[in-house]
Design a protein around this ligand. Structure first.
Ligand SMILES: N[C@@H](CCC(=O)N[C@@H](CS)C(=O)NCC(=O)O)C(=O)O
Length: 202
């Protein structure tokens, strides 16, 4: 059975839990990190002491996007195109998500993880501005293709899908990005996205 270590209110854990639900693999998720702390032996699994980490048939693996690639390759190859060009197109959006996360971080941390009196409103506004600009790039791309993975949904959609839910949920100024919205609405129809990603931000 696939074991996932990590609390579900983490963007990076949501990616892996969503994929596990999406493909129906037999899995169990253990709440660790954040308010849950870490078991004593956790650093032996993941020397970064970060989440997520998975264990599967003797393999211990960390780095959320590497986990998505491993799980898809092993259990759901249709979600990671075999053609190198098609695969690279989706992979690009998986890696781009880490740059996007930098833009959105200050808005998320201040609005979700801080009390109102401790919020840096200027940082929230600057972060919302950067995130909205980045979403324009995604919006233009989605004029060319229905999914970030190409003609069909795949793991290339997962990292930005998770962060896009946060973007639409945060109480920030958001420019209209119609194709991002349409893609997000299609993601919301997927049961794995609804159960693992669309949970209250905490
Ligand atoms: N690049 C890593 C980043 C992992 C990471 O920063 N995880 C955060 C949660 S999203 C974490 O472990 N924070 C500490 C904690 O939860 O205690 C990945 O994609 O897996």
């Amino acid at each position: 059975m696939l074991k996932i270590w990590g609390r579900l209110n983490s963007h990076n854990v949501k990616k892996v839990a969503w994929l596990a639900e999406e493909i129906g693999v037999d899995y169990v998720r253990h709440d660790v990190g954040g308010q849950f702390g870490f078991p004593e032996d956790y650093a032996a699994k993941n020397p970064n002491r970060l989440i997520p980490t998975i264990e599967d048939a003797g393999l211990v693996l960390w780095e959320s996007n590497a986990i998505l690639r491993y799980v898809a390759a092993k259990y759901a190859p249709d979600l990671w195109p075999a053609d190198p060009a098609a695969r690279a197109a989706g992979d690009k959006w998986m890696d781009w998500q880490f740059s996007y996360a930098d833009a959105q971080r200050d808005a998320f941390v201040n609005l979700v993880r801080r009390t109102p009196d401790a919020r840096d409103m200027a940082a929230i506004a600057a972060s919302a501005e950067r995130a909205g600009q980045a979403m324009a790039i995604l919006d233009r791309y989605l004029a060319e293709t229905p999914w970030l993975s190409g003609d069909a949904f795949g793991i290339g959609d997962i990292p930005m899908g998770v962060y896009t839910h946060t973007w639409f949920t945060l109480d920030i100024e958001r420019p209209e990005r119609p194709r991002v919205r349409a893609w997000y609405e299609r993601l919301m129809e997927r049961p794995g996205f609804a159960s693992q990603v669309m949970i209250p931000l905490t």
